[in-house]
Design a protein around this ligand. Structure first.
Ligand SMILES: Nc1nc2c(ncn2[C@@H]2O[C@H](COP(=O)(O)OP(=O)(O)OP(=O)(O)O)[C@@H](O)[C@H]2O)c(=O)[nH]1
Ligand SMILES: [Mg+2]
Ligand SMILES: [Zn+2]
Length: 348
């Protein structure tokens, strides 16, 4: 149990089911062909029982990096036989037109949203990430990298601080240990953080710096040869020397919302204004007594931020309708299987 604490186990948050068989391990890597699991001492390649991958009501319930699971040795293979409930999950809408969701990481305390102060810099994208995280109940932290390469770094930091009041913000050179020191102490022992951001933003560079002298030993992260080349191809959980765990992920091409986000949380300034509009259902178009329009007119609220708020709100609403449909289908399926069971019972 002590060893598992090194890879983030907290028995209060992840109670071990009674009568459980198998060894408790954490999924530390996820590939197309299978998983890598960690028992606190060593890693093993493992497969998951097909039912864990296919008999789930939503793709986001499939085993993913950060998950705790029970593993059994079968012949010369390790098999993930059972998943333990998650205390948190970072989910996004799966790429493409499908209405499914994809889990990016499980059992995490922190999401580090990484943006490079180069061509990657985009305040609207940061707002989108903050909105995605708002639905997960996980604490976001913003990390601006490549501060060493941008002479305007301080003013960009101020621009980001203005759209994310109350969110911790770090301006770093991801290659420098000193520059990342404040961020490093924020990753507390026993906690797990996941890095998200575009390809080339500096997630793996940051991971290597935080790993310090252990960077080479892991072999799981590679230094990029350029930016935006999708260097990292799979997600990996790495124990940091300070006792926290860090999950490095491949750059996301699409940050699709799931419908479970809380836009009022990532845009609390707009939400506060909207609460003072004369009409409760004000659409902030031509209604009299609209506090949002007034704030836009006197420059108190930035027009681009408001446009993004409208856009993201519409996306959440649309994705939410899909989620409701899924829920209805799920309860219909449960209803049917209950009815079938009743029928077979009566036959007996
Ligand atoms: N000067 C400077 N270069 C950086 C910084 N952060 C990252 N880089 C460089 O940017 C490039 C991309 O960095 P990576 O760490 O591979 O980016 P990534 O986010 O892991 O990208 P993917 O794995 O493709 O998602 C590398 O050449 C890094 O050396 C920084 O803070 N300062
Ligand atoms: Mg990478
Ligand atoms: Zn209004």
């Amino acid at each position: 149990m002590n060893l598992l604490a090194n890879i983030g186990l907290n028995a209060e948050r992840t109670p071990i089911p009674e009568g459980a068989t198998g060894a408790l391990m954490r999924i530390v890597e996820q590939h197309r062909s299978g998983y890598v699991v960690h028992d606190g001492l060593k890693t093993y390649t493992a497969k998951a029982l097909p039912k864990l991958r296919h008999q789930v009501s939503d793709a986001s319930e499939r085993p993913c990096v950060g998950d705790w699971c029970l593993v059994v040795e079968r012949g010369c293979e390790f098999m993930i036989e059972r998943m333990l409930p998650r205390f948190s999950t970072l989910v996004r809408g799966a790429a493409g037109e499908t209405q499914t969701r994809q889990a990016l990481a499980a059992n995490i305390d922190h999401v580090l949203i990484v943006t490079g102060l180069d061509r990657d810099f985009n305040v609207r994208r940061i707002e989108r990430y903050l909105t995605l995280v708002s639905g997960s109940g996980v604490r976001p932290t913003l990390v601006l990298t490549k501060a060493d390469k941008n002479t305007d770094a301080e003013s960009l930091r101020a621009e980001v601080a203005a759209i994310a009041p109350g969110v911790t913000l770090h301006l770093v050179n991801a290659k420098s240990t000193e520059s990342c020191a404040l961020l490093a102490v924020q990753l507390r022992p026993g906690e797990t953080a996941v890095l998200v951001g575009s390809s080339g933003a500096g997630k793996s560079t940051l991971t290597n710096t935080l790993l310090g002298e252990f960077a080479q030993a892991t072999g799981s992260v590679r230094e990029a040869d350029g930016r935006g080349r999708h260097t990292t191809v799979s997600r990996a959980l790495l124990p940091l020397p300070g006792g926290a765990c860090l999950i490095d992920t491949p750059g996301l091409r699409e940050i699709k919302l799931t419908g479970e986000e809380d836009v009022a949380d990532s845009f609390d300034d707009v939400a506060a204004l909207a609460a003072t509009c004369r009409f409760r259902d004000c659409r902030h178009e031509r209604e009299p007594g609209c506090a949002v329009r007034a704030a836009l007119e006197d420059g108190q609220l930035d027009a681009a931020r408001f446009a993004n708020f409208q856009k993201l709100s519409a996306e959440v609403a649309r994705a939410g309708e899909g989620a409701l449909e899924r829920k209805a289908r799920k309860s219909y399926a449960a209803e049917m299987s209950r009815a079938m069971r009743d029928v077979t019972r009566r036959k007996r």
